[in-house]
Design a protein around this ligand. Sequence first.
Ligand code: ZN
Length: 67
Amino acid sequence: MATCPNCKKKIQEVRFQIVKSRHSFGRDILNSIAHCCPMCDSILSVEVDPIAVKTDTVRELMKRLGR
Ligand SMILES: [Zn+2]
């Protein structure tokens, strides 16, 4: 079973919170999800929020289509 690298407790589920990710050399800011240990709140991973990507893509497409 997976263990938290910080508190060393076994993890069966994670918490998540919405965070912003900024590219190191650019100005792009993406809505992202941080997966956190439920015991100590250490961040285990961060990924771009797939739902936000889908929503932003549809919004941009509609804008370019003039709708
Ligand atoms: Zn932990």
